[in-house]
Design a protein around this ligand. Structure first.
Ligand SMILES: NC(=O)c1ccc[n+]([C@@H]2O[C@H](COP(=O)([O-])OP(=O)(O)OC[C@H]3O[C@@H](n4cnc5c(N)ncnc54)[C@H](O)[C@@H]3O)[C@@H](O)[C@H]2O)c1
Length: 387
């Protein structure tokens, strides 16, 4: 029998759309799941905008105050798609009200804020997950299977980049609706929390705990007009961040992220090099996973480019026929499906708030290291068996 899970979405921007698309598609493509999301209510502050969003995407109702959304007894799960400064307040209130919580990444602006969220959801014992959705891109999930199978052998290197170019114009403001990512009060940090958090989540999922880090950050444009105050103010976010690290398993990591790499819009790439083989992946060609197997017959040995579209590859039996690609939005459909499946199985839906706290520890250590000029321990505890 189908059971309903009534969704209350907070925030109807970019992520509000990707998540809603996930809720709407999941039942069609994962018909075996016994839970079905119901688009019960969406919340944002502007009445006209939220009403239009509800109408366009098929929400039954809307609210303009998230407290009212949480107070409703016809909502089972709160989905947090707001800027980072709102995550903690909403999640803690939702946990106290006994709601399930799906929260966007990064979990919070700072480690203490994130820790208070973990405490709240663990005390309330509510179901929770964080939308580190890149894990659910089939080629990335296949990378995880290959690493876990031991085919790469001992891992020596992990390398990741996340490159963009949208803030190079020095006349762009900071703050407000469109540019909250450039305001430290709203975002917490710059590329570290926004982009490297994704790279760190994937890296620890694939390669285990990051033990310590040494980082540099740069803010290329030092002052920008603040949209809300109308004043020229110091920019307090990191425009670019490079760090290297040791993983618990003895391998070395190298990470770079910037919003100043002219020509790159969202170039997320990672590569992992082991004793017997290597893997590399590129978001711009997200259905492909490149694999080098040193154990191949020497004459034929070389990088193979695997088009991850066959039914026996992760998630792909749900979609079209072999050879036909899927896109970015499908990773969110997969995350919804995995969350609904976790309700049936009683297992945690990774990454949980606690897993996301470990990523937050690395982000915090990166920022500390950049300001102190010293190596920084992360104190990450990564329980591989729960991933
Ligand atoms: N998983 C990913 O790949 C990914 C990608 C982009 C953004 N994100 C994360 O998702 C979150 C939202 O980012 P976005 O790009 O969707 O932002 P956005 O600016 O497009 O949308 C934010 C929404 O939050 C609403 N909002 C702000 N304050 C509110 C309040 N007090 N009450 C109710 N609604 C409020 C805004 O009206 C807007 O609808 C951020 O935490 C961001 O880091 C994750």
């Amino acid at each position: 029998m189908t059971k309903e899970i009534r969704i209350g979405l907070v925030g109807c921007g970019f992520m509000g759309r990707t998540h809603t698309n996930g809720y709407k598609r999941v039942g069609d493509f994962f018909p075996e799941l016994s839970y079905r999301p119901i688009l019960k209510a969406v919340c944002a502050r502007n009445k006209e905008k939220v009403a239009a969003f509800a109408q366009q995407w098929g929400y039954e109702s809307y609210e303009t105050d998230w407290n009212r959304l949480i107070a409703r007894d016809d909502i089972d799960a709160i989905d947090i798609c707001t800027p980072n400064n709102m995550h903690a307040e909403i999640a803690i209130a939702a946990a106290k009200a006994g709601k399930m919580i799906l929260c966007e990444k990064p979990l919070a602006r700072t480690l203490p804020e994130a820790a208070s969220m973990v405490k709240a959801i663990e005390q309330a014992r509510v179901k929770n997950t964080v939308w580190y959705n890149y894990r659910r891109i089939p080629a990335v999930t296949l990378a995880k299977k290959i690493v876990d199978s031991g085919k790469l052998g001992r891992i020596f290197h992990y390398r990741a980049n996340f490159l963009q170019d949208w803030t190079i114009n020095e006349h762009l403001p900071q703050g407000g609706k469109a540019f909250w990512r450039m305001d430290a009060n709203a975002a917490g940090s710059g590329v570290t929390g926004d982009l490297l958090a994704h790279c760190i989540d994937t890296a620890m999922w694939l390669n285990g705990a990051i033990k310590d880090v040494s980082a540099v950050t740069e803010t290329f444009v030092k002052q920008r007009m603040h949209e809300e105050t109308g004043r020229l103010q110091d920019v307090k976010i990191d425009d670019a961040c490079i760090f290297h690290c040791h993983f618990e398993n003895g391998s070395l990591g190298l990470f770079e992220s910037t919003r100043y790499a002219r020509g790159h819009k969202a170039l997320y790439t990672f590569e992992i090099n082991g004793e017997h083989g290597s893997l590399k992946w590129d978001l711009h060609d997200l259905n492909r996973l490149d694999y080098f197997n040193h154990r191949d017959e020497s004459e034929l040995r070389g990088w193979r480019s695997i088009l991850v579209t066959d039914g026996d590859q992760p998630y792909m039996d749900k979609w079209w026929v072999p050879g036909l690609s899927i896109g970015y939005e499908h990773s969110f459909v997969h995350q919804v499906a995995d969350f609904l499946h976790s309700l049936e199985s009683g297992q945690a839906c990774a990454p949980s708030f606690r897993d996301a706290l470990e990523t937050q520890k690395v982000c915090e250590a990166v920022l500390h290291s950049a300001s102190s000029g010293q190596w920084q321990q992360t104190d990450v505890v990564w329980a591989a068996e729960t991933q």
